[in-house]
Design a protein around this ligand. Structure first.
Ligand SMILES: [Zn+2]
Length: 442
């Protein structure tokens, strides 16, 4: 009878322990230990360290990477990564299973210049399945090579020999190292595989893109530890209607964070949307009005995006009224409700409040405060707002409206779409606090 051996690894730093621990002695994280099963059949044939010893290089002789950044045939993707993709960088492409991570890789392949060799290692699908999907995307003239190898030492060996400029690994959960004695997808495995891929990228100057499955509830281990290790972390979000995808950069050593790429899900794959503003607002007559809905211009990355803020305020049947919010932090909603109560004498104590941003986009831009307040008051009082009215501003606890960053850029975007009535705060303090809404809703 074989006894199953177990150990525990820290999700934050990869520290391994024989017993579960509440606090990691290495990085001091709490409740970060995850169980790993140790397998007995370890293939030790590859255990030797095959990394070449590299001597330090004279600084003048180090290549200047900025000059040969990989520019793709798609400006949106170039902007998303900074101003192209930096050679030798390691990019993490994370998101829930089925959200479109592999499809995005095909899209990238389509926009990578034909002269650049791409090696795609997939432990998720057979090469025939990959071929089918690849044909659908219509990237047929790129130099993409596919393989089902998922042992990281072999991937490393092949790449060192064949020298592709791009290496896609799909996914880190199916990848494994023969030097680690736990199963695929465990923290120890993920850490080791990621390290080997990073070493390869730095040594060869190739771009390595690693697909990583995560779930909202975080029951898949490992992604956190990878985030510390790689250069760029991107995350796929999808809306509740499954109609579009947002790829967001959460970490980027070479560019802006919170940069977004917006895609529409089509039958043949993902379509990049050049103009997110036109996508997030409903097409409507600007002369008309709506109740419980108004516009705001948020900044995502470097990009201004027009969104509709929607609110529904209804009498509550509960002793504790509901606060339900999609895309906006509920604590923010509560704060705005308190400000309205105090400074406009308008309370929502006996009302359920639902808010969301059109298209299911999520934002942490503080410039949406004013628009949320306006949408909620409009819904409660059943007062319409004209469709060309835009509200931009952060609310202060004292009832003031604060100027937000990049206001000129936001106003310009609104004007571009014919939204000519923009309410915002500027240096001259044009709006004397939230009290102006009293007149507005008269
Ligand atoms: Zn730790």
């Amino acid at each position: 009878m074989t006894k199953i051996k177990k150990r525990f690894a820290c999700n934050e730093c990869g520290y391994v322990s024989g017993a579960w621990m509440g606090k990691c002695p290495e990085c001091n994280s709490w409740n970060s230990f995850v169980e790993e099963i140790i397998s007995n059949n370890v293939d030790v044939s590859h255990s030797k360290d095959n990394k070449e010893t590299q001597l330090p290089v004279k600084i003048q002789e180090v290549q200047n990477l900025d000059e040969d950044i990989f520019i793709l045939d798609n400006d949106n993707i170039n902007i998303f990564f900074g101003s192209g993709i930096v050679p030798g960088s390691v990019i993490l492409l994370s998101g829930e299973p089925g959200v479109g991570k592999s499809t995005f890789l095909f899209l990238l392949a389509k926009y990578i210049k034909r002269s650049k060799k791409i090696y795609y290692f997939s432990g998720e699908e057979s090469v025939n399945q990959i071929k089918k999907r690849f044909d659908r995307v219509g990237a047929s003239d790129s130099s993409l090579f596919v393989s089902n190898i998922s042992q990281v030492e072999k991937i490393n060996e092949i790449c060192q020999k064949e020298k592709p400029m791009f290496v896609f690994v799909d996914s880190i959960q199916t990848c494994f190292s023969s030097e680690v004695d736990s199963a695929q997808g465990t923290i120890s495995q993920i850490k080791k595989c990621t390290q080997i891929l990073i070493d390869y990228a730095k040594m060869s100057n190739a771009v390595v893109i690693i697909v990583c499955h995560v779930t909202k509830s975080g029951e898949i281990a490992g992604p956190k530890i990878m985030e510390h290790m790689v250069d760029v972390v991107t995350y796929f979000e999808s809306d509740y209607k499954n109609q579009f995808r947002i790829l967001r950069s959460r970490k980027n050593r070479f560019g802006n964070i919170d940069e977004i790429l917006v895609f529409e899900m089509k039958e043949n794959g993902l379509d990049i949307i050049d103009n997110p503003s036109s996508f997030f607002i409903e097409s409507e007559n600007l002369e008309d009005s709506s109740i419980g809905k108004c516009k705001c211009v948020i900044i995502e990355g470097k990009r201004p995006v027009i969104v509709d803020i929607e609110a529904l305020v209804v009498p509550s049947a509960y002793p504790m009224p509901k606060r339900f919010s999609e895309g906006i932090d509920v604590s923010r909603i509560n704060r705005i409700l308190a400000i309205i109560d105090k400074h406009l004498n308008e309370n929502f104590n006996n009302y359920d409040v639902y808010t969301n941003i059109s298209g299911g986009i999520r934002t942490s831009d503080i410039g949406i405060d004013l628009a949320i307040a306006v949408a909620m008051i409009s819904s409660k009082k059943q007062k319409p707002i004209k469709n060309d009215n835009v509200f931009i501003g952060e609310l202060s606890l004292t009832g003031g409206i604060k100027k937000v960053n990049q206001i000129e850029k936001r106003i310009k975007e609104a004007m571009r779409f014919g939204l000519n009535n923009v309410y915002y705060q500027d240096e001259k303090n044009q709006i004397k606090g939230i009290i102006f809404l009293k007149d507005y809703f008269q």
